[in-house]
Design a protein around this ligand. Structure first.
Ligand code: NAP
Length: 249
């Protein structure tokens, strides 16, 4: 049984929930954070704590840091999607996307980093996306928010190596089984500029294609586990058959 503790963001569904379950199964202590805590989503365990956390809210991050106590691994998984032509994206939704995916990840890293540096131990895993590995239409803003995290993570790794703190990126492929699509629709709005409608419909049809390989939440949980526990794991770890193929593996 491990006495190690992982803190994971965005555990109310999808990859975060599956990853929390995976680490519990491996005997770790898990701090599963959610905007709206739902302890019933995971099995009862004395090794599980569910804490409230909104990664876009500095006060919420500070409360989470205070309540969590020392941790050994931070998994920045919380994120939102947006599949829409750039012209039609409302400025507020653009900000929400970057506040969550990019600035939220950086803010969580800044909050938990000092304890890792002081102890000269710890791992930070940032969940981005395989879309950052090739350009795709209607994903300019989402891809930009995640590509920024890739760049941030790779620079940070160099900065933290002298303190024996490891930093890794997990890049999942497309996963229709999570709530990602439904949550993305909230930011996408109901309409797109008229000239894009036909093209948007074509892209949506391709996204809904069920004949191509996809990523399962279990692929992501396994990749995060590897990133946290295997010091020899590469910087970028694709998760899911489609992501592995895109990454050229
Ligand atoms: N599914 C895919 O196709 C796919 C592919 C590649 C990468 N990803 C990435 O993988 C990660 C997990 O996505 P998923 O597929 O598991 O989607 P999901 O089921 O929608 O889960 C996303 C999680 O993020 C949380 N979240 C959103 N905004 C937050 C905030 N401000 N503060 C804290 N938590 C917040 C959501 O919580 P609420 O319930 O409170 O909204 C939810 O728990 C995301 O970073 C996503 O960008 C997903």
């Amino acid at each position: 049984m491990s006495s190690q503790t992982v803190l994971i963001t965005g555990c109310s569904s999808g990859f975060g929930l599956e990853t929390a379950q995976y680490f519990l199964n491996q005997g770790w202590h898990v701090i599963a954070t959610m905007r709206t805590p739902r302890p019933d989503l995971l099995p009862r365990s004395e090794r599980l704590r569910v804490l409230p956390l909104d990664v876009t809210d500095p006060a919420s991050i500070q409360r989470c840091l205070d309540e969590a106590g020392p941790i050994d691994a931070l998994v920045n998984n919380a994120g939102v999607g947006l599949l829409a032509p750039v012209e039609g994206i409302a400025p507020d939704n653009l900000r929400t996307l970057f506040d969550t995916n990019t600035l939220g990840t950086i803010a969580m890293t800044q909050a938990f980093l000092p304890q890792f540096r002081e102890r000269r131990a710890g791992v930070i895993v940032n969940v981005t996306s395989s879309v950052t590995l090739r350009p795709l239409p209607l994903l300019a803003v989402y891809t930009a928010s995640k590509a920024a995290v890739n760049a941030f993570t790779e620079c940070l790794a160099l900065e933290l190596a002298p303190f024996d703190v490891r930093v890794r990126i997990v890049l999942p492929g497309r996963s229709p089984e999570t709530r990602f699509g439904d949550n993305a629709r909230v930011l996408m709005g109901d309409t797109v500029p008229e000239p894009y409608v036909a093209f948007r419909d074509q892209v949506f049809a391709a996204v809904r294609d069920t004949t191509t390989p996809v990523t399962h939440a279990s692929d992501v949980a396994e990749a995060v586990w590897r990133a946290v526990t295997d010091p020899a794991a590469p910087m970028r770890i694709p998760a899911g058959a489609d992501a592995v193929a895109i990454a050229g593996g």
